[in-house]
Design a protein around this ligand. Structure first.
Ligand code: 1HN
Length: 372
């Protein structure tokens, strides 16, 4: 869907359009010798008419990856590896380890009785729990039990460690971090806990039980950190909220029924750099295509269906992961006529919005659908 209108041609007045001559080439060499360059040789590249993501749409099938992730358990220990993770490598990105845009993601596995040491870093992280029982994570002394489809925060600067209880089962979850972004900002610090572990200092799941009570906040409760005090958002209550909202509202033509995870003390994003949402597609629902700035990594929390991303169809089922790069056309469809489908989405919208870079556009052709 290349833009072909007048304003998007490269040879319009006001756009750099200088042809090489032997004299100019010699001049460029001279500039290069002084660590400089002529802007008109790069202007059209560094000022594209519209965002040009180097990330490509990708679907990572859990059916392909699950066995590979589990195999890593026989190959490396968490002690040696630090974290035992298979990360998503967007084929359009060779410069950094990124799933899409400036978002890193991977699948982490831990067996019963294993423990990953405590550390902290400037990057912020989320976990989305995929399978297994007995896993827990400790964030700044707050221990949280991890259940399927729970969404968990590790805000920047917080100590965190993970483990699976002896009587648990192998556990797999998705990690998502703003690592590529924080590295691009050249602001990342990393520290291993001096004791390799952090004591549990509060009642288990206290943050969710304190801050996760719809419409109610603790009396005298004060929280002034730049991230949500609710470190864990449980699936049951998320799904309940989605269904309740869907029962009294019309779905968005582009997003179905979409709810954003928020910091209950501000109603703003859960962390400064990473945001997340959960979106429900009713039985047989098919959304219209739109595009917006920001990078998006989806995980299918429930059901099956397909998405069309920049004209390419991706069929998905539970636990599959796929990405929508910035400014890519996308639309989603639920394959089932009887069950809903639910998509978890990790994104960098807090950054995009805070910097005033959000922009959105609906597709006007073919009744709002992309040709495939
Ligand atoms: C990290 O701290 C974790 O704590 C997982 O589980 C993946 C990838 C890059 C940098 C830090 C974790 C990570 C990570």
């Amino acid at each position: 869907m290349a833009q072909t209108d007048e304003n998007h041609r490269e040879d319009v007045a006001g756009r750099a359009n200088v042809e090489d001559t032997p004299e100019l080439l010699a001049y460029y060499d001279e500039l290069d010798g002084h660590h400089t360059g002529a802007l008109w040789t790069v202007a059209n590249k560094i000022e594209p008419w519209e965002p040009k993501s180097t990330s490509v749409p990708v679907l990572w099938r859990y059916a392909d990856l699950r066995e590979k992730v589990l195999r890593s358990v026989d190959l490396v220990t968490p002690e040696k590896a630090g974290r035992r993770v298979i990360y998503f490598n967007n084929p359009g990105r060779t410069d950094v380890s990124a799933a899409v845009g400036w978002i890193y993601a991977g699948l982490q596995v831990m067996h019963p009785g294993e423990k990953a040491t405590a550390h902290r870093h400037s990057a912020s992280a989320i976990r989305f729990i995929m399978e297994g029982s007995g896993a827990y994570t400790v964030v700044d002394g707050h221990k949280m039990t991890l259940g399927q489809n729970d969404f968990v925060l590790t805000p920047n600067g917080t100590w965190h460690e993970h483990a699976v209880e002896e009587n648990g089962t192998p556990c797999i979850w998705q990690d998502g971090l703003d690592i590529p972004f924080v590295n691009a900002m050249e602001a990342n610090f990393f520290e291993v806990h001096p004791d390799l572990s952090e004591p549990v200092a509060f009642a288990v799941d206290d943050m969710t039980k304190t801050w996760g009570n719809a419409g109610l906040t603790p009396g005298g409760g004060a929280w002034d950190k730049g991230y949500s005090p609710m470190f864990k958002y449980e699936w049951d209550r998320t799904y309940e909220a989605l269904n309740a909202y869907a029962s009294v509202s019309d779905p968005s033509p582009f997003d179905g029924t979409l709810m954003e995870y928020v910091n209950p003390t501000t109603n703003g994003p859960v962390m400064k750099t990473l945001g997340a949402s959960m979106q429900r597609l009713a039985p047989s629902e098919r959304t219209k295509a739109h595009r917006h700035t920001g990078s998006y990594l989806y995980q299918v929390a429930k059901g099956s269906g397909h998405s069309v991303i920049n004209g390419q169809r991706f069929d998905w089922t539970e636990r599959d992961i796929f990405c929508v790069p910035s400014w890519a056309w996308h639309e989603h469809a639920n394959a089932s006529a009887s069950d809903d489908a639910v998509l978890f989405c990790l994104n960098d919208l807090p950054v995009i919005r805070a910097l005033g870079l959000y922009r959105e556009e609906a597709l006007g052709e073919n009744g709002g659908h992309q040709p495939t």
